[in-house]
Design a protein around this ligand. Structure first.
Ligand code: DGJ
Length: 768
């Protein structure tokens, strides 16, 4: 187990209990890919897996050997101009314009642990025993350039992380125009590609389609990972479902432009790659310079999609997210955005905060509109000075008043942007990305600051630091509300322009690093016009991310369901908002809005003073429930049970690692008529344990007050509207037969099934 090196045969076997990944140095000196899948026994060599075949027309490496053609060999990091006709993993251009390179194996090293990637977010280890790393050192002797392919194998998780680095030791001026983080050649293409696609307000919908000959890809060329696609794909077998079957996940730890593609070729194989999008990318490599790609994280699951997601959740929650907040209970917050938008003053804010505090909410977040002259979105980004007309004592004053109430205080920033109407824009037009001899694209009346320039990052960092230092801030929402369009860095030369997309995101990472180091007590939540930058790169700095500006309780079920393919519940920013919902105009019951939000970080985004007494009481209950269960919900194992993309219902569940406790949520979108029987098959339980089942009632559906069954002590479950179901069941029954959802079982009314559209039900299962 671990990384086994067979020097003689040139075989490298990365093996743990769940997976094997086998590389072999091929006769031409390049690393070939032999196998990636369930763990197999280790052997000195697997010569038969280096499949070759004579094909007319195929460009061959060795004259006289018509079987060795890179066109048909499975490789680790294929190049252009080598006989391989598929997409290359990288392209390096020489001074004379040639893009032909030949990197051959030179040496390797294997060591315990995992190195950090300079200036880039990456998964880490806490002890050297958790993982081991293989570095393959390849060299192109003509241009004197080294290529390091890095693989880290986790001991206890079916995870391999990968990246590539180019180190130029020669004298020629080179240009790297493509550098994928990962290439994976698989021997057959009988897969479905899974990705998370969408748009603003409907981010990360699950998208599954069968691979066919040709290239199928997802990408972002917007300068951020985007609402449209997430930097994640998976290849699953046709009959793989949530609970069974084979799937390979690939997730890119990067927040900028990306490309992830699967190229199914005519020979029935598939080449998968992921990395920085080559469009507009061109990185000069002069003597002594290097380039490190972002990291890609591969997960292998032989136990379906749920297991793949659970592995990502565990890894990203505990070995990607960092800092003090990684393992802490997340505060239940109230955000004023949908309550007031930018129309607020101190009095309004304090009234909302006070009510929130009365109801048990812990953190008040002041959103957009507190600075410059910002009363609408046409001005003031970049002018990070409090608006004293709205907040006479500034951020210092309001944060202290809220702290005095016994609440924490959080603040919104949009550091990467500048409004067209702002003092900063007037003073430093040269800090804006774009070409000033042409009209600039404006998005939400704002421009993008050139974060590839150190002085710009420094200036914004100092402004933010000043405000943070002088106030009592314990949370920051870091927003980003437009894509990068007219990319150009003023005052920089031609060569520099091809580096700007990447440098821009490096600048964002740098500022995050500076602020998270300087203020370790602050909880950061990333945001990009909703969920436009919900990616692993961001999670390295901000352990939670606002999932979407769509706060509708029903839409959220879909968005959070898709998000859960990769991201842990503790990272999914989720709020209960007002009805009619501001995005969909729907009226989802308060109970259902909260039921969706519990499976995320949880908070509120509405004016609580406008709720009725009864609703406020319900909110108090919800807060109490979440306080009692958040630790469990955020650290338990999440299972998707029913997909909202396949019908009128959805369901999911969180189980404790020992299977003794679970909380399941069931959502039904539209009210059917003359409803039939219905059961929900659970997962993650111990088949041999007997479970007590408690349903948290919606007050609208009649809770304990309806007198339908024995009530449970509210402290035990953190909710007054909770009642015991009149039966217990064993784990095997609940997983094979299911939880009875219809309202009568054996003549006994099992539950007051809520009626109407957009209903939710919540069940607690505890082993007796
Ligand atoms: C977009 C965010 O997603 C919202 O939550 C809010 O913060 C607005 N920006 C403020 O402009």
């Amino acid at each position: 187990m671990g990384i086994i090196v067979h020097e003689h045969s040139g075989v490298f076997h990365l093996q743990n209990r769940e997976l094997s990944y086998i590389i072999k140095i091929m006769p031409n000196g390049q690393p070939g890919q032999l196998y990636f899948g369930s763990a197999i026994r280790d052997r000195e060599d697997y010569p038969h897996l280096l499949e070759r075949g004579h094909r007319d027309m195929a460009p061959c490496t060795f004259d006289g050997d018509t079987t060795f053609s890179l066109e048909h060999l499975k490789q680790e990091y294929p190049s252009f101009g080598s006989g391989d006709m598929r997409y290359p993993a990288y392209e390096l251009e020489r001074e004379n314009g040639s893009r032909i390179t030949y990197f051959k194996y030179k040496s390797h090293s294997v060591y315990k642990g995992k190195p950090a990637l300079k200036d880039l977010p990456a998964v880490y280890t806490e002890s050297e025993e958790e993982a081991s790393t293989l570095e393959l050192h390849l060299e192109d002797e003509v241009i004197h350039t080294e290529l390091i392919l890095r693989y880290t194998l986790f001991e206890e998780l079916p995870v391999i992380t990968r990246s590539a680095a180019f180190l130029h030791h020669g004298t020629e001026a080179l240009r790297l125009t493509r550098a994928m983080s990962l290439n994976l050649d698989l021997p057959d293409s009988r897969y479905d590609m899974v990705d998370l696609a969408g748009a603003s307000l409907r981010e990360r919908y699950v998208d599954i389609h069968k691979l066919h000959q040709g290239v199928q890809s997802i990408h972002s060329m917007r300068g951020h990972s985007s609402h449209q696609y997430n930097p994640f794909i998976a290849l699953k077998r046709e009959n793989t479902d949530e609970h069974t079957g084979e799937v390979i996940g690939i997730s890119l730890v990067y927040s900028g432009n990306f490309l992830a593609q699967a190229e199914a070729d005519t020979m029935g194989t598939v080449r998968v790659m992921a990395g920085i999008h080559p469009q507009g990318f061109s990185w000069p490599l002069k003597a002594g310079e290097s380039f490190q790609t972002p990291e890609a994280v591969m997960v292998y699951s032989a136990k379906g999609l749920n297991y793949m997601s659970q592995v990502y959740h565990k890894l990203y929650r505990t070995r990607l997210a960092r800092g003090r907040w990684r393992d802490r209970e997340r505060p239940i917050l109230i955000n004023n955005w949908e309550a007031t938008y930018m129309d607020f003053d101190e009095e309004k804010i304090l009234a909302i905060a006070k009510k929130a505090h009365d109801l048990g909410i812990e953190l008040f977040v002041l959103d957009d509109g507190w600075f410059g002259k910002r009363d609408d979105d046409t001005s003031s980004l970049g002018d990070w000075y409090p608006n004293l007309e709205k907040l006479p004592e500034g951020i210092k004053g309001i944060s202290e008043k809220i702290a005095d109430m016994g609440m924490q205080f959080g603040l919104w920033f949009e550091p990467e942007m500048v409004s067209r109407r702002s003092e900063l824009c007037k003073a430093r037009p040269d800090w804006i990305l774009g070409s000033t001899d042409r009209p600039l694209c404006c998005g939400r009346h704002q421009y993008v600051l050139d974060f590839s320039k150190e002085e710009v990052v420094d200036y914004i960092g100092s402004r933010m630091e000043e405000i943070i230092k002088n106030s009592r801030i314990s949370y920051i929402k870091w927003d980003m509300n437009r894509s990068i369009s007219d990319l150009f860095s003023a005052g920089r030369d031609r060569e520099y322009q091809g580096t700007v997309y990447h440098r821009q995101i490096l600048g964002v990472y740098k500022l995050y690093e500076r602020l998270t180091q300087a203020f370790p007590h602050i909880l950061f939540e990333s945001c990009a016009s909703g969920g436009g930058r919900f990616d692993p790169g961001m999670l390295y700095y901000a352990p939670q991310a606002w999932a979407s500006d769509d706060t509708d309780g029903a839409e959220r079920v879909k968005i959070q369901y898709g998000t859960s393919y990769v991201y842990p519940l503790s990272s999914i920013g989720s709020h209960v908002s007002a009805i009619p919902n501001h995005q969909t105009f729907r009226k989802v019951p308060l109970f259902s809005r909260a039921a969706a939000a519990y499976f995320g970080t949880f908070g509120y985004e509405l004016d609580l003073n406008l709720l009725t007494e009864k609703e406020q009481q319900e909110v108090r209950e919800q807060v109490r429930f979440m306080k009692a269960q958040r630790c469990f919900l955020h650290s338990g194992t999440f299972y998707r049970l029913e997909s909202p993309f396949e019908g009128n219902e959805a369901a999911w569940l969180v189980a404790s690692t020992d299977g003794r406790k679970a909380i399941a949520a069931y959502f039904r979108f539209l009210q059917p008529v003359n409803i039939g029987y219905s059961r929900l098959k659970l997962a993650g339980l111990d088949p041999d344990l007997e479970y007590r089942i408690t349903e948290y009632g919606s007050p609208d559906a009649g809770g304990p007050a309806s007198g339908l069954g024995p009530e449970v002590r509210s402290e035990a479950v953190g909710c007054e509207n909770a009642r015991l179901c009149p039966y217990t069941a064993y784990g095997d029954e609940l997983m094979s037969i299911g939880l009875i959802l219809s309202d009568y079982a054996n003549g006994v009314r099992t539950s007051p099934v809520p009626q109407g559209d957009f209903q939710a039900r919540l069940f607690l299962l505890e082993a007796l």
